[in-house]
Design a protein around this ligand. Structure first.
Ligand SMILES: [Zn+2]
Length: 269
């Protein structure tokens, strides 16, 4: 950027410099906003609008591409909740650090604990979908698979926005167990749903101490350097680990990116 600007007359260079600043602001590269009561908070560095046309499938564990993230940028995602004994602890930890995450909800849990799903939304997190009953969808017929996907979306949106519908407000979806099929992936894309895989996970489906989980995850994050992090807010070991994880990420110079839909559908229609 410096070289072409320096070679231009000042009158031409100034608008270019202004444009560069403006572009930075648009892409959200400004420093994280201050966090009330916590001057050393990790914070949320920027918001990234995710569009099914550009990135229909993201996460290198499953797909060839991931989100357009810079080095040391992470997107935090939590699956399988909401769950009454663990999700509030995760939400408290995120709030204390002013970190925005994405929750991929299981509809039967949302149905049982709607106030927790509403809290996630009210505190600024993104609400994604993860079926109704968490089946391995590649083991089902297309009809049964899509029925469980739709039932989950309806329960999630009814709890969060007060209206049950098949086309969700936030068109983000993650397959349980990453058990997709080519036909289901095409169907999700045709419906305008972005399918989230992951770039790194804590293997928190395996029992381990919170500290062991923290060390495992930090090592894996250092290895990949950037990407979508998968955790489960239903796991007690993860809920205990999240506060230390956020402090460690801050200390190691990582930045949190909050994903939102580029084409959020209106809540009332
Ligand atoms: Zn799951």
């Amino acid at each position: 950027m410096t070289k072409p600007v320096a070679s231009l007359p000042l009158a031409a260079a100034l608008p270019l410099a202004f444009l560069a600043l403006w572009a930075c602001a648009l892409t959200g590269t400004a420093a994280a906003a201050s966090c009330p009561g916590n001057p050393n908070a990790l914070g949320t560095e920027r918001v990234l609008a995710v569009d099914v046309a550009t990135t229909p499938r993201v996460g290198r564990k499953q797909f060839p591409t991931t989100l357009p993230l810079a080095d040391k940028e992470l997107v935090l995602t939590f699956d399988d909740g909401p769950w009454p004994t663990t999700t509030p602890k995760v939400l408290d930890a995120l709030k204390a650090e002013c970190v925005k995450a994405t929750f991929f909800l299981v509809g039967r849990n949302t149905e049982a604990h709607p106030a927790l799903a509403r809290r996630e939304h009210a505190e600024g997190h993104t609400i994604g979908h993860h079926t109704y009953s968490h089946p391995l969808l590649d083991h089902l017929s297309m009809e049964k698979a899509e029925a469980d996907i739709n039932r989950g979306i309806q329960r999630d949106d009814l709890a969060v926005y007060g209206k049950a519908r098949t086309e969700p407000v936030t068109p983000f979806f993650r397959f349980p167990g990453f058990a997709s099929s080519p036909a289901l992936l095409d169907r999700m894309r045709d419906r305008g749903l972005v399918v989230f895989g992951a770039d790194v996970w804590a293997s928190d489906w395996n029992p381990m101490t919170p500290d062991a989980e923290l060390q495992l995850l930090l090592g894996r994050i250092e290895h990949v350097g950037r990407g979508i992090v998968l955790l489960h807010d239903t796991k007690a070991q993860t809920a205990h680990m999240v506060p230390a994880l956020l402090r460690a990420l801050k200390a190691r110079g990582y930045h949190i990116v909050h994903v939102v839909p580029a084409d959020s559908r209106p809540v009332v229609n």
